[in-house]
Ligand binder design. Sequence first.
Ligand code: STX
Length: 317
Amino acid sequence: MSKRKLYPAIEPFATHRLAVSGLHEIYFEEIGAESGQPAIFVHGGPGGGIEPIYRRYFDPSRYHLVLFDQRGCGQSTPHACLEENTTWDLVADMERIREELGIERWVVFGGSWGSTLSLAYAQTHPDRVMALVLRGIFLLRPEEIRWFYQEGANAIYPDAWEEYLAPIPEAERGDLVAAYYRRLTSDDPAIRAEAARAWSVWEGSTSKLLPNAELIDRTGEERFAEAFARIECHYFTHGGFFDQPNQLLDNVDRIRQIPAVIVQGRYDVVCPMKTAWALHRRWPEAAFHVVPDAGHSGTEVGIIDRLVSATDEFAAL
Ligand code: STX
């Protein structure tokens, strides 16, 4: 059977700005049919922001899709701001958006950090979630952070790793996330920018099964990197603001009754399949699809096929 493709490019029918605290204002947009199945797209990073291509995983004739830029990134302001910026602030923002639009329940769709935040949201507000579509599972446990930012993924990408190490002196390499956090929060804009670029390009260089120059260029852009690196490193330094490292796995019972699809690339180097497997073992009711020829990115051909099939299935719930 031929693989499912993304829906055609589309513009929002409405865009909004919402003050969610004394400090933060977030951007969100509505796509598709106002009377369609409500859904929310939860982007990655944290700090990655939304892209026009993210609108295209949903049939616009059947879905009322909402996309938002999480605090401090994309078109949300202040840019790259770390204050009042935690997982639980973002969960509350999703509720604010839902209430603002008068939506009762929605399909929640997220990849990578988007899967983390989708799970945190669903476990906090299970009654608001009609279905979950999760990709490239990331649970933000210490072993996952260690794998990608300290020791593990460097065995597969030793070349890109050299550039990730470059801004950090040898003496500080025993704890790279801490060394990066000092630089990403430095008062010196040049130090911040150099660290942000190296941190961000490391992820851009490792996210696709085959190297993708466009993604590497995008992750190296100053404005993107500033938010992506600072916000990621802030969340990882704080253990994702979870009470316990295994919180999202331990609380699966709260959401087991929700229809769900998990999609995972076999060769995901950013969020290795071990994590998706642990979630699958805890949650056997959720459909589990391993794409044999894909890495981390949501735009791998086989990943798109599974994700679009899932949203098509949930359009009729
Ligand atoms: N961060 C994983 C994540 O959410 C640890 C993510 N990985 N790559 C991305 O986001 C971009 C596609 C935004 C570069």
